[in-house]
Design a protein around this ligand. Structure first.
Ligand SMILES: C[S@@+](CC[C@H](N)C(=O)[O-])C[C@H]1O[C@@H](n2cnc3c(N)ncnc32)[C@H](O)[C@@H]1O
Length: 284
């Protein structure tokens, strides 16, 4: 083996070590990685080992158990979460919102009697939240008298929240955004590769904060009319899925809507939630 290979080789992970890593990450985020995903764990946690100069997984586990272990557990949880997202992902939800959800909410006073709020509850880079903001802006401009609205984004990953707050995207990351909307809602850099940023008019309507869906803090001050809870429940065990849904629904106004990912139908529904379309629910 060459010196370089030796330096970068990832140590092997045993099933027992994997179980401890998985349990630690699950305690922090609820994200339940399957124990057969050894190579995924080796890859993701292996990067962290190199950053810390840990020679093997046992010494990393000692770091997790030692002083500062709680802080390290958060890095571990970051390493095991997946942040894939895009503008207009699962577009049917946005079409439904513009054509049916928003008119019905408005009819019941949202946007007039109180500010209409859309919450992206596992917002990752913010693409979902900004897409909702674009849909709201387009909807509001056609209303005589306009409407009062804002958007909120929360995530358990502090790293991704910092990036979401910057509202900066690469060409690849905005591939789902049609040209006309790019011209209207993005500023871009002069050089190549181009870097894009959400315009201040939308940024001023957004707030981002940390929240753990499986253990929502009572102090989280969001009351939403629409919640996007998409592509995150799949990572949770059934009991954590229900806890996350109940927590989110308790911050949803009666009559408001909850969207889950298209592949995340809820097997167990809280009593105050009824399904009105595929992966769309209403609080009653
Ligand atoms: C695959 S992304 C989905 C992003 C977006 N909702 C979408 O559908 O495009 C999943 C996000 O969930 C976040 N996440 C994982 N566990 C979480 C938890 N317990 N509480 C809040 N967010 C969590 C991750 O950090 C990640 O950004």
């Amino acid at each position: 083996m060459t010196h370089l290979e030796n330096t970068f080789a990832t140590p092997k992970l045993t099933t027992a070590q994997a179980q401890t890593l998985i349990a630690t990450a699950k305690r922090i985020t609820g994200v339940a990685v399957s124990v057969d995903k050894i190579s995924f764990l080796e890859l993701r946690v292996g990067r962290r080992l190199r950053e810390l100069n840990c020679r093997d997984f046992d010494s990393y586990l000692e770091t997790l158990r030692g002083p500062g272990g709680e802080v390290e557990a958060r890095y571990l949880a970051e390493a095991l979460t997946t942040h894939t997202t895009s503008f207009f992902r699962e577009k049917l939800h946005y079409d439904w919102l513009a054509n049916e959800g928003l008119p019905a909410l408005l009819e019941n006073g949202a946007g007039r009697d109180h500010k209409l709020t859309v919450w992206s509850a596992a917002c990752s880079l913010g693409s979902e939240m900004w897409t909702a903001a674009i849909v709201l802006d387009q909807f509001a401009r056609n209303l005589p008298g306009g409407m009062s609205w804002d958007v909120a984004g929360t995530d358990v990953s502090r790293q991704i929240l910092r990036r979401a707050a910057a509202a900066v995207f690469s060409e690849d990351q905005i591939s789902g955004l049609p040209d006309a909307l790019r011209r209207e809602y993005l500023m871009h850099s002069r050089g190549t590769p181009r870097i894009y940023r959400i315009v201040p008019e939308l940024r001023s309507r957004a707030r981002l904060c940390w929240a753990n869906l499986v253990d929502l803090d009572r102090r989280l001050s969001i009351t939403a009319d629409v919640v996007f809870l998409r592509n995150v429940l799949i990572y949770f065990q059934p009991e954590d899925q229900l806890r996350a849904v109940e927590g989110v629904v308790s911050r949803l106004r009666t009559g408001g809507y909850l969207m889950t990912g298209h592949s995340e139908s809820l097997s167990e529904l809280p009593g105050n939630l009824r399904q009105i379309a595929a992966s769309i629910y209403q609080k009653v």
